[in-house]
Structure formats: structure tokens, C-alpha cells
Design a protein around this ligand. Sequence first.
Ligand SMILES: Cc1cc2nc3c(=O)[nH]c(=O)nc-3n(C[C@H](O)[C@H](O)[C@H](O)COP(=O)(O)O)c2cc1C
Length: 350
Amino acid sequence: MFDSLRVPVIVAPMAGGPSTPALVAEAARAGAFGFLAGGYLSAASLAGQIDRTRELTGERFGVNLFVPGVRSTADLRPYTERLRPDAQRYGVEPGSPKWDDDAYSAKLDLLVARRIPVVSFTFGVPVAADIERLHEAGSAVLITVTGPEEARQATEAGADGLCVQGFEAGGHRGLFTDDPADPAGGQLHGLLAALRLVGAVTDLPLVAAGGLVHGADVAAVLVAGAVAAQLGTAFLRADEAGTHETQRRALAAAGRPTAFTRAFSGRPARGLVNRFLLEHSAEAPAAYPQLHHMSKPIRAAAGEAGDPEAMSIWAGQTYPLAGDGPAAAIIGRLREQARLALGKNAHRFG
Ligand SMILES: Cc1cc2nc3c(=O)[nH]c(=O)nc-3n(C[C@H](O)[C@H](O)[C@H](O)COP(=O)(O)O)c2cc1C
């Protein structure tokens, strides 16, 4: 799936703005591999992004989708009331707590029709019939997992590869279930532990993700058995990324720790600690995507006001070390660092 890459680096799908056709095309031009992020987009917008990417590059690229989950039955009125003062602060109303499947079927039909080389999934495993349709369309299927039990399920379902996400990763955890009562939901594996545990239960090729920001990190996960490294945060401030200006500034300032929170979306995700995260994390119910819709007007208004305190600023643990500039330069740097790191250490193993 990724054997022919000149640089075994994958630019992660980053929904909500950062992923763009230009970022994906530049990744391909630099010898790496990019993903468009299908999450939150309508099928029509995603189609537009796929077409634009194909105008910009003749190289292979991937598209990522969110697998719909189970609808939470939690009473969300208390959380709406909790968000009201925040909404007032920015002159908006909390959004309505609607559940939806993120237009999953329409987007899957689109990907089958457009014959996308690699289709990746997060938040679960697609049903076998959908995987089969993608295979018939010539797509390889990559499924995000956070531990060995999910890896077993994804392997049985017919995946062609797994993206192993460590807890260092920015953005949403790819957990199959966000039921707080489910023991798998409470497991937090660092990337190296996750790679080792997953590698013990499957023979599928593994892509490693989470906290990788230097070429030596890319080299390290390849040495640990991965076929490629998937980096998100390292590209958040790339010139071609669509990252919001307020988020770029907060990332560049590098002054905040990161933490997991359900407060913005209802699912655990790692982002920069800000006022909204501190005030609401403890009370946020596990109700995705209802909380995503409820907090959306607040996040948008805060962004417009240039205020990072009520935006979700997803980023991995190593974000203070990520730079800016053209994506091709970031990829070139990773490549040189990886070569140096491997060369420097090769003799130590005899
Ligand atoms: C802003 C942001 C948005 C993300 N959106 C998605 C997404 O839409 N789909 C997905 O599978 N992973 C998403 N991720 C997670 C990445 O696929 C990957 O696991 C993560 O970026 C790796 O950790 P790192 O950010 O430390 O490199 C996102 C990550 C970030 C930082």
C-alpha cells in the first residue's frame, strides 16, 4: 500500500479545516502520501476536494471517513445549559444536539465511484460489504486502531492495513467505542507499546501515528516494524494547511500543555488546554456528534473573535516542536533527519 513511497511519511487526514487538496498534492509531490479528511464534509464538498486534488496531482492519495457510532441516550439538556454562558459571551446560541451519521453512505458511494487508491477509517470498522465494495473499486482499506482488540476486529473484517494510533496523537482517538464503561475505551497505549501489542495479533502492515515530529521518530517507528509514519500535528502550520489563523497562533506560541477532552465533541480528543476545556471536560457526556453540533457556534464565534479560549485546538503532545513553511520542506527535513538518525545508530548494532 505504501511500499512505493520515496519518503515513508503520510500526512494525516485532519478534518475541520487543516486538510486541503493543496496539502495532499504537495505531500505527493515531495514523495510522501496525503489524505483528504472526509469527516464533517457533505458528499458534494468532498467530491469537490477530490476533483481539485486530481487537478493538482496525478499521484496517489487517500480519503478518510468517520465510521458512525451508536446514538447516545444521555440527557443533553444540562450540558446545553452549561454551555449557555459561553454562547452568550460570544453572542450566539448553543447548537442543537442532533445525532447524524456524517452522511456516511453518500460519502462511501462517492469514494467507490471515484476509485480512491487508499480509503482510511476512524471510530470503528465498516461492515464487510462496504469493505468489499471498496476492494472491488480498487481501493486499499486502512483502519485506525488504538490497541490489540480493535486490531483483531479490523483484521477479521478484511482491512488491508492498520493505522496504529498512540495516546500521544493529536485530534480524536480512533476508539471503536466511546462507551466509558467499555474496558477497551479506558486503555491508553503509547505508540511503541501499541505497535508491539498490535503486531502480536495481526500480520497486516502497520502505519504508526502519534507524537511523531522529527525524522528520527519516523525512523524509530520503521525500526519498530511500521511500514510508514502518519503525522498530523507536524503539518498543522504548513503553508498549504487550512488551519485557522487563531489556531496557528496558539500552536506557534507553544505555551500550553495538551489534554484529552470530550468537552467539544462528545468523544475524547487531544488538544491544547484552554478555558473551555478546563471548565467543561469533567461534565461533558459521551455523546458524539451531538456535543460537536452543540459547541459548533461557540467555537466558530471564538475563532472569528481571534480568541483561542473556546476553540478546539487539536494537537499532539509534541506540537511545540512542529514548525511552519511549505509541506515539501517539512517532508524534506523529516527525510534528512531520518537518514542521519539511522546512519548514526547503525554501527551500534554490530
Ligand atoms: C487537527 C487534527 C485533526 C484530525 N482529524 C482526523 C480525521 O479527520 N481523521 C482521522 O482519522 N484522524 C484525524 N486526526 C488524527 C491523525 O490521523 C493522527 O492520528 C494524529 O495526527 C497523529 O498524531 P500527531 O498529531 O501527534 O502527529 C486528526 C489530528 C489532528 C491534529
